[in-house]
Design a protein around this ligand. Structure first.
Ligand code: ADP
Ligand code: ADP
Length: 229
């Protein structure tokens, strides 16, 4: 677990006079273990902000720290984060176990430790009885949980969610939302969750960052937002 500090974070796409500034000096101190939702209309910069924390976009100005460490110049793999995307592509020819173990195998984690980490993630996600199955033998909800399992086994300090619910039907969306809440209750990992859906934001957030036109307009609890004029 770790805190996240956004210090006057700026993003420009392009260089020189044609540069387009899309994030205008965002400041936020996120505490260890908090579940933060970044919400706002399409094009307001939510995804860009998240991708800068992930190391998928360069930071044009200011500083992002995870824990005590400024990460501006660190590769994604060095940042101790795990990202959960919108489209959960599992490897079709691999079992559930192999899907969850794959990243660790690449990172040369010892076999015994891989097994231990996968078993622990499977227990949290109630996938223990499905480890030998292939993705095509799973329901949509189960596949979703395998994708989350792949993030959990990395034991990151921070989870980054990029609109993970937006392509799901209503039933699977509420199922997955509950799953994410349970995950946060049990592991308490600092989380940044991006959505354009205000109701989803209100439901999930401990605190929410409201973005508009690249500016952070509000940062507070859903209660504070609701009562503010
Ligand atoms: P959101 O996630 O809130 O929909 P984005 O972060 O995707 O918003 O985009 C913020 C702004 O930055 C938009 O105006 C978008 O067109 C622009 N933008 C995003 N990615 C790029 C890119 N790779 N190159 C140039 N402009 C980009
Ligand atoms: P999302 O909803 O995830 O932001 P988008 O369709 O807006 O998806 O963007 C898809 C990809 O295209 C992202 O990697 C984003 O950075 C990039 N992108 C978005 N807007 C622009 C843009 N104006 N110019 C170039 N790339 C862009």
């Amino acid at each position: 677990m770790a805190s996240i500090s956004l210090r006057n974070v700026v993003k420009r796409y392009g260089k020189g006079p044609k540069a387009n500034q899309v994030i205008h000096g965002v400041n936020a101190e996120i505490q260890d273990g908090e579940f933060i939702v970044i919400v706002g209309p399409s094009g307001c910069g939510k995804s860009t902000l998240l991708r800068m924390v992930a190391g998928l976009e360069e930071i044009s100005g200011g500083e992002i720290a995870i824990g005590a460490r400024v990460v501006n110049d660190l590769e994604p793999a060095e940042r101790d984060i795990a990202m959960v995307f919108q489209n959960y592509a599992l490897y079709p020819h691999m079992s559930v176990f192999e899907n969850m173990a794959y990243g660790l195998k690449i990172a040369k984690v010892p076999v015994a430790e891989i097994k231990q980490r996968v078993d622990k993630a499977a227990a949290i996600l109630e996938l223990g009885h499905l480890l030998a199955r292939k993705p095509r033998e799973l329901s949509g909800g189960q596949r979703q949980r395998v994708a989350m399992g792949r993030a959990i086994v990395r034991q990151p300090q921070v989870f980054l969610f990029d609109e993970p619910l937006s392509n799901l039907d209503a039933k699977l969306r509420s199922q997955t939302r509950l799953e994410i809440q349970k995950l946060h209750r049990e592991l308490g990992i600092t989380s940044l969750f991006v959505t354009h859906d205000q109701v989803e934001a209100m439901t999930l957030a401990q605190r929410m960052i409201v973005m508009n036109g690249g500016v952070m307009e509000q940062f507070g609890t859903p209660e504070e937002m609701y009562h503010r004029p």
